[in-house]
Design a binder for this molecule. Structure first.
Ligand code: 2PG
Ligand code: MG
Length: 413
């Protein structure tokens, strides 16, 4: 039986950074109502779908009433009466209605909210879990935990140049065991930092202690792993977020130790990979430096060389990256591209070209756990979840544990 969209509206809510975002409410013809809310990045790349903000006085210009109104006034009239399971058509109608290259007219934040709400309603109409609705019956892989435990870069007072210092968990029997381990490591790390440095700043649950350099951060992280007893199952990752370090006028990266040319930065990554169990480097160079990415991928083929701002979850940019061998892993963020259909297409292209996928939350999150289901749907190898000490992050950890339990119970029955 058809389940159609009967009513659709947007509203302004707050995200985990205390900044407004869009929540969409969708009511189906069978009376079922769903909501979806939109994540938002802070260190965004220039190729992402654009969010619309109101400007003016409210919320320092970051109100989302305009974007919410676009849902209610412009998008809703075009979608009411459509089957909620017609995801591709729903997304295409919004893309056409927007008409811009980067969803700047209606707002990526308006369009994505509707797209997510439609998917959630579609799964309910199909009476299957969201991860299965989006990924099909084959999906069984729960991503490994990848957690930002130390924060550096633009949004942190730590003095570290890179944005995220990540623990990458591997070889555990279950996702639930990984949650236990990461919780222990985060706890030990905080204790270590407080003993060494006194009160420690945080960003979104990641610690921002006054460390001098990346090796010092890695030593602290490995010590926390040893204290938790899981050093054999823990590797290290970096999100360089190199856009933030790049000085275009001089063509150099501004590091705490001084300026570095791309070649010197590459050599620095090689040293770190030789000295530490480093498995993952995200956005090692700025988003237009394809050439340096290609050199790095050739130089460190055993590592996951990951494009975040580089690919912006955009299939065209991913195609270029694959052609140029500019990485081997896609960072996957649904709001970078702005519809579920397009995100799934990019993920499928990655998988078909033997790229691994690392699904990721944004630094501005909501309580919506949609991305956990989506990560399972695309068969992500890892999920970048943030530290497990904040509600908006733990919701996703908890959802992945629930999905794991559900899949295992099905296997058992
Ligand atoms: C990133 C994310 C998380 P933001 O760059 O990968 O660290 O940051 O969501 O602010 O873009
Ligand atoms: Mg990043």
């Amino acid at each position: 039986m058809k389940t159609t969209i009967e009513a659709l509206r947007g509203r302004e809510i707050l995200n985990s950074r205390g900044k407004p975002t869009v929540e969409v409410v969708l009511r189906c013809s069978n009376g079922v109502e769903v909501t979806a809310s939109v994540p938002s990045g802070a260190s965004t790349g220039k190729y992402e779908a654009l969010e619309i903000y109101d400007g003016g006085e409210r919320y320092r210009g970051y109100g989302t009433k305009t974007a919410a109104m676009h849902v209610t006034k412009e998008i809703a009239p075009k979608l009411i009466g459509l089957d909620v399971r017609d995801q591709r058509r729903i997304d295409q109608i919004m893309i056409d209605l927007d008409g811009s290259r980067q969803k700047s007219r209606l707002g990526g934040n308006a369009i994505l909210g509707v797209s997510m709400a439609a998917a959630r309603a579609g799964a309910l109409a199909a009476e299957i879990p969201l991860y299965q609705y989006l990924g099909g019956l084959r999906v069984t892989r729960i991503p490994n935990v990848m957690s930002t435990v130390i924060s550096g870069g633009a949004f942190s007072p730590s003095g570290l140049e890179f944005e995220d210092y990540l623990l990458a968990l591997e070889g555990f029997d279950s996702f639930a065991d990984q949650v236990e381990a990461i919780s222990g490591m985060r706890w030990h790390l905080e204790k270590l930092c407080k003993t060494k440095y006194g009160p420690v700043a945080e960003d979104g649950g990641a610690l921002a202690p006054p460390l001098r350099n990346t090796p010092e951060a890695f030593e602290c992280m490995l010590e926390a792993a040893r204290l938790t007893g899981c050093e054999d199952h823990v590797k290290l990752g970096l999100d360089v977020a190199a856009n933030e370090l790049y000085r275009q006028d001089r063509g150099v990266y501004e590091m705490t130790s001084g300026e570095m040319e791309p070649e010197a930065l590459l050599a620095y990554y090689q040293r770190l990979a030789a000295d530490y169990p480093l498995v993952y480097i995200e956005d090692a160079f700025h988003e237009d430096d394809w050439e340096s990415f290609t050199k790095l991928t050739a130089a460190l083929p055993q590592l996951e060389i990951v494009g975040d701002d580089l690919f912006a979850t955009n299939v065209e940019r991913l195609k270029k990256g694959i052609e140029q061998k500019a990485a081997n892993t896609l960072l996957f963020k649904v709001n970078q591209i702005g519809t579920v259909t397009e995100a799934l297409r990019t993920a499928e292209y990655a998988t078909n070209h033997r790229f691994e996928i690392v699904a990721s939350l944004r630094s501005g999150e909501t309580n919506d756990v949609f991305q956990a289901d989506l990560a399972v749907a695309v068969g992500a190898k890892r999920m970048k979840l943030g530290s497990p000490v904040r509600g908006e992050r733990n919701g996703k950890y908890n959802r992945l544990m629930a999905i794991e339990e559900e899949i295992r119970l099905k296997d058992w029955m």
